[in-house]
Design a protein around this ligand. Structure first.
Ligand SMILES: [Ca+2]
Ligand SMILES: [Ca+2]
Length: 215
């Protein structure tokens, strides 16, 4: 009888562990990582032909910087196969001005112009950000995809190279910003089906063993 208890306990432990592992794999990590901070790493590139490349990890990736007239901040990142960019959150915005500009383009260079001469035809999307339009603390990736005249997209962003321009052209007030690039690796449906099957079979086995013990 003690052996039966042991077996039940072992089965319960294994199936609980499998469930926790599955949930852990799909869950976002709680902590943020700063992948670029201009106060430590230097100014993000002003050169459209050579944006600063950043490497995004899983989950939260903070980019902290400051932009002002004549200081465009250009950055490039690659989304590996199977990883997606779920959101772009404007975590902080400090400026006497109310809005800045952000645009996104496919590829590893910026070819849409700078300042007030940007050609939206070359962009995946663009938008304004700041306290002037209530976007501080919000995800602006969907707004980016709706920029007038641009190609447009619907989040998430999938595998590929992307270049982003963050700039301030409306005034000489600087903008201190923190953007959070939130990535995710979704489990394929087949994996979820396998996990559900595993847990179901395990539960049935435990119940059967318990019933045998009762009779
Ligand atoms: Ca800068
Ligand atoms: Ca810059």
């Amino acid at each position: 009888m003690r052996g039966l208890y042991k077996n039940n306990f072992r089965l319960l432990f294994l199936y609980t562990a499998a469930t926790i592992l599955a949930l852990t794999m799909s869950a976002r990590f709680a902590e943020s990582a700063t992948v670029y901070d201009e106060t430590i790493d230097g100014d993000l590139s002003n050169n459209p032909g050579n944006p600063t490349s950043i490497v995004l990890g899983l989950d939260n990736n903070q980019v902290i910087g400051s932009t002002i007239h004549a200081d465009p901040d250009l950055l490039h990142f690659n989304m590996p196969l199977g990883v997606r960019l779920d959101s772009l959150i404007l975590e902080s915005f400090t400026s006497d001005d109310n809005l800045g500009f952000i645009g996104i383009q496919s590829g590893s260079i910026w070819s849409a112009g700078l300042g007030g001469t940007i050609n939206p035809d070359n962009l995946l999307g663009w938008t304004h950000y700041g306290w002037g339009n209530g976007t501080v603390g919000t995800d602006i990736l969907d707004e980016l995809g709706l920029g007038a005249g641009a190609v447009g997209f619907t989040p998430p962003l999938l595998h590929g190279d992307y270049t982003i321009l963050i700039q301030q052209t409306g005034s000489w007030d600087s903008i201190d910003y923190t953007f959070n690039f939130a990535t995710n690796v979704p489990l394929p449906t087949s994996a979820w089906m396998g996990i559900i099957l595993l847990v179901s079979v395990g539960t049935i086995r435990v119940i059967r063993q318990r019933m045998r013990w009762l009779v």
